[in-house]
Structures are given as structure tokens and as C-alpha cells.
Write a protein that binds this ligand. Structure first.
Ligand SMILES: *Cc1c(COP(=O)(O)O)cnc(C)c1O
Length: 231
């Protein structure tokens, strides 16, 4: 038997458990791509974030710009911040200042604004196009049919790098529905790559309740909060 943690009730042990599950699933995949764990720190105080930082975490996700721009300056500068929430136009400048990645680009207007402001701020964020695979009206994201057009526009931008797609599965989805959503995003990515002759290496999909299925279906970034922070 391998070494087991004494308690499974600390942030460190929950983080280690998630990391072990990610590593095990990654090894079962055919393609060699890695899986990046983004620890979602929204609603968590700075001292808890410092705890995961000390445990080695450098990729953190926030979904509100106000919260991101309050926390980021109080934390170490080698953290890569991922903005994963809906991005309002009047918050783009702070997003570009603080976030290395923006996962939630869902319109041409927003794309163009990020391109302009990133130029002004002398930054080059990595961006992902958020897709609403299921068509649920409660979810943000573009329809799959709009993806080629938005990716083509993103490909012409100089001040951002469009590196992939992001989606969320419905919260109550059973495993077959999760699989359908995540495989749907992967197939859409493959189609967009093929029709535009571009590379979109990143698939940001999977949260605490469904990341294992997301990795089976090709996720390269999983966004996990409660499985790590909540006892
Ligand atoms: C909150 C959030 C997550 C993390 O959710 P958990 O269930 O806490 O793991 C992932 N992605 C997005 C877009 C979120 O808003």
C-alpha cells in the first residue's frame, strides 16, 4: 500500500488527493498532453489561498474581477491568475492587468475590447472561448455554431493568444450527460482546428463534481474549488 495521509480533512490532503486522481487519469489517456489544476479560490480568504500556495499551487482561478483585483496584489507575484467568470466590458482593464488567462470570452465585442486594452496595457493574455454546449439558457457562452467565426477573429488578434475552448456541464448532469458535454467540446475544438488550420491545445472543462470525466474526455485544464477548500 502507498503512504496514506494521516487525516483527509486538511486542505493539503484534499489537494494531494485531487492531484493524485488527476495524475492517475492522465496516465490512462492516449495523447500525452498534461492536465493543469487550477485551484478556484473565489470566496476563499487570503490566508487559505496562502495555504495552497505553500503546498505548491501557482495556478489560481477567480470569477469576479473585484475580488481578483483585491486579492492578487496581496499574494505572491509568481501566481498565474485565471479569470473564469463572466467578464463585463467595464472590467476588462482590470482583467487584463491581473489575469494571465481569461477563460470566458463569449462575444466578438468582448474579444475586440480585450485586444485593444491588452495592447494599451502591454499584456498578452491567453484566452479561451467559452461555449455553451448544451444550449441551456442559464449558461453563458457562445453557441457551437458561432465558434469558427469567433476563433477566426481571435486568430487575427496580436495582443492576445487564443489557445482553446472552455465549457461547464450542467451541475446536476449524470455521468453520461457529462461525457456528452465534454466530448462535445473536444469534437468542436477538433472541427475548429481543422476548418481554420489552427491549434487550440487547451480544453478548460471539469469542476469538483465532474473533473474526472472531463479528463477522460480530454481536459487540459480543470477548475477545482470546493473539493479542495471545503471540509
Ligand atoms: C466556481 C467555479 C468553479 C469551481 O467549482 P467547484 O465546484 O467549487 O469546484 C469552476 N469553474 C467556474 C467557472 C466556476 O465559477
Amino acid at each position: 500500500m502507498g503512504k496514506m495521509p494521516v487525516s483527509d480533512n486538511t486542505i493539503e490532503s484534499r489537494l494531494a488527493l485531487v492531484q493524485r486522481k488527476i495524475d492517475a487519469l492522465r496516465r490512462t489517456r492516449e495523447e500525452g498532453k498534461g492536465v493543469r489544476l487550477i485551484v478556484v479560490s473565489k470566496n476563499r480568504p487570503v490566508d487559505l489561498i496562502q495555504q495552497v500556495y505553500r503546498a505548491g499551487v501557482r495556478q489560481l482561478g477567480e470569477n469576479r474581477i473585484q475580488e481578483l483585483s483585491e486579492k492578487a496584489p496581496r499574494l505572491e507575484s509568481d501566481i498565474e491568475w485565471h479569470f473564469i467568470g463572466h467578464l463585463q466590458r467595464n472590467k476588462v482593464r482590470d482583467a487584463v492587468r491581473w489575469a494571465t488567462w481569461i477563460h470566458s470570452v463569449d462575444s466578438l465585442r468582448l474579444l475586440r475590447l480585450i485586444e485593444r486594452i491588452a495592447g494599451e496595457e502591454n499584456r498578452t493574455p491567453g484566452i479561451l472561448l467559452q461555449v455553451n454546449i448544451t444550449g441551456e439558457s442559464s449558461k453563458s457562452g457562445i453557441a457551437p455554431a458561432e465558434c469558427v467565426k469567433l476563433a477566426a477573429a481571435a486568430g487575427k488578434c496580436r495582443n492576445l493568444q487564443c489557445l482553446g475552448l472552455m465549457t461547464m456541464a450542467p451541475f446536476e448532469a449524470d455521468e453520461s450527460r457529462q461525457r456528452e458535454v465534454f466530448a462535445g467540446l473536444r469534437k468542436l475544438r477538433d472541427q475548429v482546428e481543422h476548418s481554420l488550420k489552427i491549434d487550440l491545445p487547451e480544453l478548460s472543462m471539469g469542476m469538483s463534481n465532474d473533473y474526472q470525466m472531463a479528463i477522460r474526455e480530454g481536459a487540459t485544464m480543470v477548475r477545482i474549488g470546493s473539493a479542495i477548500f471545503k471540509a
